[in-house]
Design a binder for this molecule. Structure first.
Ligand code: KIV
Ligand code: NA
Length: 270
């Protein structure tokens, strides 16, 4: 099976209609990518790896090196899904030129097909600049975690008319600039639906609406690796609980010397 392409993802929305919603999950490691790949249209190497993998307090401290290392691992572990890499905070906002240099480096070092960046109207020129130079861009509007210090927290966006209007104009600007898809995060449902109807490219919702053209979640969140998750996360499993139970058994067996057993030990040949 050949890997999906960015134009194929973009073409899943035709004349405002997406028959089959796009499936996207985050991946940070090769093994995780292997497990998710056949089920997903897109794998996102999210800068959420800052919190999920590195225990950082936000995505602000995430570096290019982190994104490149995890991005390369995810590309090595997948053969079907389109791999998209987040541009980390501080390496793209200053100018289209800065963004191109960072994005080109990420694609060269990882083999990913596209980058994602946060911001709307302010990033439209950059989106067009990259797209015209061979780098497809996924946009990200609404709750944009890299702007936490401006937004003041991770609460839902679009509750006031001015916020709602800004989210809509941001999404339209990205769409007109040539973004191939737009993540719509943490916005009240009517705005997510409005955005989805107003842009030609697919919207990918997270804390948005089932009527978006696709959905994304942080894999560790939906698997139940964390006790505390945002309201918009559905915990499909309790992987943390499974790990706790499993490690409890291992620790007991080490302490009472029932592990390793006969099957796990080598004996001299007779
Ligand atoms: O970093 C990330 O995981 C993301 C998704 C949640 C959209 O940007
Ligand atoms: Na992100």
């Amino acid at each position: 099976m050949r890997r999906l392409t960015v134009p194929k993802i973009r073409a899943r929305k035709q004349d405002g209609v997406t028959a089959e919603p796009l499936v996207m999950l985050t991946a940070y490691t090769a093994r995780q990518a292997q497990l998710l790949d056949e089920h997903c249209d897109l794998l996102l190497v999210g800068d959420s790896l800052g919190q999920v993998i590195y225990g950082l307090p936000s995505t602000i401290p995430v570096t290019m090196e982190m994104m490149a290392n995890h991005g390369a691992a995810v590309v090595r572990g997948s053969y079907h899904a389109v791999v998209v890499i987040d541009m980390p905070f501080g390496y793209y906002e200053a100018s289209p030129q800065q963004a191109f240099e960072s994005a080109a480096l990420l694609l060269k070092q990882t083999g990913a097909a596209a980058v994602k960046l946060e911001g709307g109207e302010a990033m439209a020129e950059t989106v067009a600049f990259l797209n015209q130079r061979g780098i497809p861009v996924m946009g990200h509007v609404g709750l944009t975690p890299q702007a936490v210090n401006v937004l003041g927290g991770y609460g839902a966006r679009g509750r006031t008319d001015s916020e709602a209007g800004k989210i809509l104009s941001d999404a339209k600007a990205l769409d007109n600039a040539g973004a191939f898809a737009i993540v719509v995060e943490g916005v009240v449902e009517p705005i997510a639906i409005d955005v989805t109807k107003s842009v030609a490219c697919p919207t990918i919702g997270i804390g948005a609406s089932a009527l978006c053209d696709g959905q994304v979640l942080v894999t560790e969140d939906m698997l139940g690796m964390f006790e505390r998750v945002p309201r918009f996360v559905k915990r499909y499993e309790d992987i943390a609980g499974i790990i706790q139970k499993t490690v409890t058994r291992y620790a007991e067996e080490v302490r009472n010397r029932s592990f390793p057993g006969e099957e796990q030990t080598y004996q001299p040949k007779d």
